[in-house]
Ligand binder design. Structure first.
Ligand code: SF4
Length: 290
């Protein structure tokens, strides 16, 4: 299904500024990253839990962010914790652990640098009368399934009028996981719906290479079914059962999951920790408003 050899309209070297930014940001401490991304993200540590609260405007508006689709594919239970741990009354925040926060900050910083690079390049080319047919970081919406997200890069072919979607990841993995595939296909779906253009394929680009992801067959209905599943998960009052979680399918995933301090407990301890977080929320809300 996947191939590294398929020609891409944009060569891999075009993404070097992104990779360099990842390399630079990966060497920074968490405090330095927090400082660099302070305008982009509002973050608050929940004392004594190793968890962080991040404000999300799209969640507040009731949208599912495309990047959260990969969290669901990773583990439905973790996805539920991210959205619902603070209870029903709290909207517009997500919870993440230290590991997820670091990845989020490195990715945010690298995306910011890349966006500046593409915007500079495209405006220069346009001032010279050339159109590079590239679009970056548009906030797109699908009102049918309540999906929204910032697409990293879209190339629209000027002759055949099809689009190619690029999803940049700050990882070094030499193979693509289901989580990334679900994410890039969701972006293809979103671009097609929001921009009224036929998407032919997507690419995952990371620090090790570029992979072609076809978007020509069953992928559209696959994404629609996934979105329905995600919506069903969000309205649940309790987390998905153990059988539905990564703990059964692949316990290795739990080793790097910050929610294991809640999830791998007995039901009573888990509920206690959840209510403690809800009690702490007024303070978190006050800080996030600043
Ligand atoms: S500890 Fe494992 S099962 Fe629990 S939320 Fe994390 S990944 Fe999922």
């Amino acid at each position: 299904m996947l191939s590294k050899e398929q020609p891409s309209p944009i060569p891999y070297r075009f993404f070097f500024p992104f990779i360099q930014s990842v390399l630079y940001a990966s060497k920074l401490t968490l405090s330095e990253l927090l400082l660099l991304c302070r305008r982009e993200l509002k973050i608050r540590e929940v004392r004594g839990t190793n968890l962080y609260v991040v404000r999300s405007r799209l969640h507040k508006l009731g949208f599912i962010n495309v990047s959260d689709i990969s969290s669901y594919v990773y583990c439905p239970r973790r996805f539920w914790y991210m959205y619902r741990l603070l209870g029903d009354e709290v909207k517009g925040v997500i919870i993440c652990d230290r590991y997820q926060l670091r990845r989020l900050l490195v990715g945010t910083y690298a995306h910011l640098c890349f966006r500046n690079f593409v915007n500079y390049l495209t405006s220069k080319l346009r001032s010279l009368g050339a159109d590079p047919h590239l679009y970056t970081e548009d906030e797109l919406y699908d009102y049918e399934y309540g999906l929204a997200g910032h697409v990293d890069l879209v190339y629209v072919d000027p002759h055949e009028d099809y689009a190619v979607v690029y999803e940049l990841k700050s990882s070094y993995r030499r193979r693509v996981h289901d989580t990334y595939i679900a994410q890039v296909l969701s972006y293809c779906y979103l671009v097609e719906k929001a921009k009224d253009v036929v998407v032919d394929r997507g690419y995952i680009v990371n620090c090790s290479g570029m992979w072609r992801i076809p978007y020509a067959g069953d992928e559209r209905s696959l994404i629609r079914d996934l979105l329905k599943e995600v919506r069903r998960c969000i309205i649940k009052d309790e987390p998905p059962s153990e059988e539905e979680s990564a703990r059964v399918e692949n316990i290795n995933k739990c080793r790097v999951c910050g929610f294991r301090c809640i999830c791998l407990q007995d039901l009573e301890t888990e509920k206690k920790l959840r209510s403690r977080l809800v009690e702490e929320f007024p303070e978190i809300r006050r800080v996030l408003r600043r």
